[in-house]
Design a protein around this ligand. Structure first.
Ligand code: XUL
Ligand code: MN
Length: 345
């Protein structure tokens, strides 16, 4: 079993801007974040395309790749690697009506341009993983798009990605809603289905985010299990989420410890990480935190993962098997609760 490798994105340390209030913390320079990530025990960094190359919309293709190579040098300096690059296809006015499912050709072309540049950036950073959070691939006005046509358009866009670089791998990160109220590819099952219909299903996998599964009313560990069963769990975004409400990106495990335990358990039992997969964190600093302590949620998420891993390693499989044999699952359940609560029986 390989050691778990942790990653996080620059967006996870942020000013605190949200729908109900402006930023309240000063902007931390990119290089400072990278340095701190290494100091707090991260192994790698997750990127949006414009986290790596902020002004990319106004740069030539060559200048974008050159800039990304300098970012790679910065990562090297701090002993970090790049996990993936995700095209940020939800900010620009061209993507207001979706990106791969945009209704206007010029908007779709913009989305593909950003995606091809994301692949160039990924290559310059030394990774072959492109992550797609399909933020606006759906509708706010249901009749505004033909859903069958748009789902096929999404598949065709992924085919173009696969054709652009024969070594690139695509990780779909499903989410059922936000910012759209109904996504075309909202769950692990949808993502597996879309991937299976592409030109090269062997190069399309999943990143399961805990909060996104919970937003779907589903169990994150079982979503991970579905992807693991078919060799498709290529990334995770661990965090936590209180109910089927707005996306919260809380510290891993703080809302539902047992649910978090079962995520660590399914990852550990299935040797997640042995093929280079990373334990990605997608956690946001709370608005209460001052600038001096705005990495705390990352440190805590990693710590909670590691403490739960110790519990997982102590899990008594013989006892579990005996309970199952007796069909005494309440006995098993109480054992799990005592394990989590630190009761040594
Ligand atoms: C959105 C989300 C994104 C992706 C990266 O909910 O999770 O941060 O993880 O694009
Ligand atoms: Mn995420």
């Amino acid at each position: 079993m390989a050691k778990f490798r942790f990653t996080v994105g620059p967006w996870n340390v942020h000013e605190g801007t949200e729908t109900f209030g402006p930023g309240i913390r000063p902007t931390i320079p990119f290089e400072e974040k990278i340095k701190r990530f290494a100091e707090i025990g991260m192994d790698g960094v997750q990127f949006h395309d414009d986290d790596a190359v902020p002004d990319m919309n106004n740069m030539s293709d060559k200048a974008i790749a050159d800039y990304a190579r300098d970012v790679k040098a910065l990562l090297d300096k701090h002993g970090l690697f790049a996990e993936f690059v995700a095209p940020r296809l939800w900010f620009d006015h061209h993507t207001s009506d979706g990106a791969y499912t945009a209704s206007r050709k010029e908007d779709f072309d913009f989305a593909m341009w950003r995606t091809f540049r994301s692949i160039d950036i990924a290559r310059a950073l030394g990774t072959n993983k492109i992550q797609l959070w399909l933020a606006r691939e759906g509708t706010l006005v249901a009749e505004g798009k033909n859903p069958v046509e748009k789902i096929l358009q999404l598949r065709d866009a992924i085919n173009q990605i696969l054709a652009y670089d024969p070594g690139i791998r695509v990780l779909i990160e499903p989410k059922p809603n936000e910012p759209v109220d109904r996504s075309y590819c909202g769950t692990a099952g949808h993502a597996l289905a879309v991937g299976s219909q592409t030109a090269d299903p062997s190069r399309v996998g999943l990143c399961i985010e805990s909060a996104h599964s919970i937003l779907s009313g589903l169990d994150p560990a079982n979503d991970m299990a579905l992807a693991l069963a078919f060799g498709k769990l290529w990334g995770v975004h661990l965090n936590d989420q209180n109910g089927i409400r707005f996306d919260q990106d809380k510290t891993f495990g703080v809302e539902n410890l047992r649910q978090a335990f079962n995520q660590v358990k399914v990852l550990y039992e299935n040797n997640f990480g042995d093929k280079g997969e990373c334990v990605g964190l997608d956690v946001k600093a709370a608005r209460t935190q001052g600038p001096e302590d705005c990495y705390r949620h990352i440190i805590n998420s990693k710590r909670i993962f590691e403490l739960l891993l110790e519990k997982v390693k102590r899990f008594d499989y013989a006892f579990q098997a005996q309970c199952v044999k007796e069909q005494n699952l309440e006995k098993l359940e109480m054992y799990v609760m005592e394990l989590l609560m630190g009761v040594d029986s």
